[in-house]
Design a binder for this molecule. Structure first.
Ligand SMILES: Cc1cc2nc3c(=O)[nH]c(=O)nc-3n(C[C@H](O)[C@H](O)[C@H](O)COP(=O)(O)OP(=O)(O)OC[C@H]3O[C@@H](n4cnc5c(N)ncnc54)[C@H](O)[C@@H]3O)c2cc1C
Length: 387
């Protein structure tokens, strides 16, 4: 049986661990933290991510409390609609709490026999297929994965980084109580200059709020949130802002990572370690899942792992680069557009959002089918017919 050693039990490491175990690998997953825990916010799951979760059998548990979103709407600070992205039955967006997704992946990994080691920090990886723990223990494997996040030290050990861009904004996330007047199926994104407020219906009782703030604003980064500031910027969202109160939130730098290559010998980078991107399209984890599904397909039954990993990158990199570029440009239009030309930006957005190339470009990642998904669907249909 082939062995994979994975560094990092975040969303990417867990999803890949599940798929490899499902395809017959022995999988050892190392997490540096003493516990497996996920920060409390929501997460957008698009079709590509949902299909990946179906493939590994984690879908139903992950979305058991999630809202089905029917529209992603962008407005100006006064609430006038600038763009709208409707969803359909086979082009869905769901919004579960992150913790539900994380727990579903952990449960599935355990059920598939993945060996999860907590308090097991990885010091380095070597291209001949060795993972070195901080304890000094060296573990040989057929495949070694660095899934240690955007600030990956293992990527740096391979000198694989092309650039890491810390961007011009920070993202604040929090969960607030829902109110009976809240829309249940519309994500509402308000823009005012470089400021942004996103209302995301998440579960029956809770609403996920994302705020993006220019990096130089001390007031914008304040926690608990400076309600007065946000009311000034977004009077149309007063009903949401009035519920910020003392809610615990957290802010993160928005990071964009490009690699020279995603693999070196028997070592591969997955998830944010390979392609962290601004969260503007809600696609980073979805792309990580899609890429993880493809990686597992490529290496399983491959005679030569380094060649299979290069083929994997060739097959996934163009779509990932596309999504990353669109996420980046989206953030650029929000954060860098001259404030005195705001009305021109509104006209621009109204105009392009009705164009086919824009719609296709924006949604190409969400509509990308993960490797192995159609084959698994076909085999399920055949076995149902035979019964
Ligand atoms: C504000 C914001 C909103 C977002 N919203 C969305 C969204 O709606 N939809 C979406 O698809 N994506 C979204 N994302 C992106 C998504 O959160 C990330 O792409 C995803 O969490 C990355 O998972 P990962 O496993 O690659 O990395 P991480 O989550 O960073 O996990 C890495 C893991 O590796 C562990 N680790 C690190 N170093 C070591 C080591 N040396 N040894 C062992 N373990 C180690 C860490 O403790 C961690 O558990 C958002 C991101 C942000 C910042």
């Amino acid at each position: 049986m082939r062995v994979a050693e994975i560094a990092g039990a975040g969303l990417s490491g867990l999803a890949l661990a599940c798929r490899l175990a499902q395809l017959g690998w022995t999988v050892n997953l190392h997490e540096r933290s003493p516990e497996l825990r996920m920060f409390g916010a929501g997460i957008w799951l698009w079709e590509n991510g949902l299909k990946s979760l179906k493939l590994i059998g984690a879908h139903d548990a992950a979305v058991r409390r999630a809202r089905y979103i029917n529209e992603w709407r962008v407005s100006n600070g006064r609430g006038d609609t600038l763009a709208s992205r409707p969803m359909t039955g086979d082009d869905k967006l769901l919004l579960p709490p992150r913790a539900d997704l994380y727990e579903a992946l952990i449960e599935r990994a355990q059920a598939l026999g993945v060996n999860i080691f907590t308090s097991s920090p990885v010091a380095s990886v070597r291209k001949e297929g060795v993972l070195v723990l901080e304890s000094g223990e060296e573990r040989k494997a057929d495949l070694v994965i660095a899934a240690d996040g955007a600030h990956s030290r293992l990527r740096e050990g391979l000198q694989a980084t092309r650039f890491i861009d810390y961007g011009i904004e920070i993202g604040v996330r929090m969960m607030i109580d829902s109110s009976p007047d809240d829309p249940e199926d519309i994500i509402h994104e308000y823009w005012n200059g470089p400021w942004r407020l996103l209302y995301n219906p998440c579960t029956d009782g809770q609403t996920y709020v994302f705020l993006s703030v220019p990096i130089e604003s001390e007031r914008g980064k304040r926690l608990p949130i400076d309600q007065e500031l946000w009311l000034e910027k977004f009077p149309a969202a007063a009903g949401i802002i009035s519920r910020f109160g003392d809610v615990a939130g957290r802010w993160d730098r928005i990071v964009n990572v490009r690699c020279r290559q995603w693999s070196d010998g028997k070592v591969a980078l997955v998830g944010d370690a390979a392609h962290a991107m601004p969260p503007n399209l809600g696609q980073a984890a979805n792309m990580a899942f899609t890429n993880a599904m493809a990686l597992a397909e490529h290496v399983t039954n491959a005679d030569d792992i380094p060649t299979a990993l290069r083929e994997w990158e060739k097959s996934q990199r163009p779509i990932t680069n596309h999504v990353q570029r669109w996420s980046y440009v989206y953030g650029f239009v929000v954060g860098k557009w001259p404030e005195q030309m705001e009305s021109l930006r509104s006209d621009f957005l109204r105009f392009v959002s009705n164009m086919e190339w824009f719609e296709n470009g924006l949604n190409r990642g969400a509509r990308f089918s993960p490797a192995g998904y159609l084959a698994s669907l076909a085999s399920k249909l055949t076995s149902n017919k035979d019964e």
